[in-house]
Design a binder for this molecule. Structure first.
Ligand code: 1HS
Length: 256
């Protein structure tokens, strides 16, 4: 049976772990050749090994999404090695610490540089190859970009910026046949989230998890694979009439 991404090339950031790794494996299983991009080159290679072991095609690219030269070089290598670009998944992200009363400036800068500026830099570099045959961009937002999360000021602000940027990109890129949508996931238990969960439990991870699950009507946190399936929908033709859409995948957390 034909894959939903047969013959397409995908560029996924933060693909060395968590949701990005799950998306790389799923997109490859659906026929895409995948550029596995991560700050941690070894982790990217591990994702590639998993993709290749399942018969997929992928290349590992170490890059810091907050550095324009890194991003442009990674996109250029993707086009050169995989033959073009059809899907960009701006998944890479970092969390933050503190409210506006006590957050560190460096934490604010890091959060915005990776989550918001990284989305900008990758999208800007991807527009020329995506414009060749049309394509899709999926931005990783968050429920934190839609509702307040205690002591997460920089992250909420940066993800709110990603939500607004998604709508802006959608109208600007429509004439180039590039659709742009965002996923706003609830908490998924990934390496990125463990510090927040532990802090929420005053150092006790299980207590932090219990407090967090209580916020989700569905009764559990999401999995990387569940978010990757939403990304696959937005990457492919099943979402052909969606652009500028903000898709919550949050177990009902923001419906309350
Ligand atoms: C990290 C992910 O984008 C969700 S932000 C935290 C939401 S919650 O744990 O307070 O429900």
């Amino acid at each position: 049976m034909a894959g939903k991404l047969d013959g397409r090339v995908a560029f996924i950031t933060g693909a060395g772990s968590g949701i990005g790794r799950a998306a790389a494996e799923l997109f490859a299983a659906e026929g895409a050749a995948v550029a596995v991009v991560d700050l941690n080159g070894e982790a990217a290679e591990e994702t590639v090994a998993k993709v290749v072991a399942e018969g997929g095609r992928a290349v590992a690219l170490a890059a810091n999404v907050a550095v324009a030269a890194d991003v442009e070089a990674a996109v250029a290598r993707t086009v050169e090695e995989l033959g073009g670009l059809d899907v960009l998944y701006n998944n890479a992200g970092v969390d933050s610490r503190g409210s506006v009363a006590d957050a560190e400036e460096a934490d604010w800068d890091r959060c915005f540089n990776v989550n918001a500026k990284g989305t900008f830099l990758c999208s800007r570099a991807a527009v020329p190859p995506l414009s060749v045959r049309g394509g899709t961009i999926i931005n990783q937002g968050s429920v934190a970009g839609l509702v307040a999360v205690p002591n997460f000021a920089a992250y909420c602000a940066a993800k709110g910026a990603v939500v607004a940027l998604t709508r802006s990109m959608a109208i600007d890129l429509a004439p180039r046949r590039i659709r742009v949508n965002a996923i706003c996931p609830g908490t998924v238990f990934t390496p990125l989230m463990e510090p927040m969960l532990r802090a929420r439990g005053d150092g006790d991870l299980e207590a932090g998890l219990a407090k967090t699950v209580a916020k989700y009507p569905i009764g559990h946190l999401g999995s990387p694979e569940e978010i990757a399936r939403v990304a696959l929908f937005l990457a492919g033709d099943d979402s052909s009439f969606l652009t500028g859409s903000i898709v919550t995948a949050d177990g009902g957390m923001t419906a309350q």
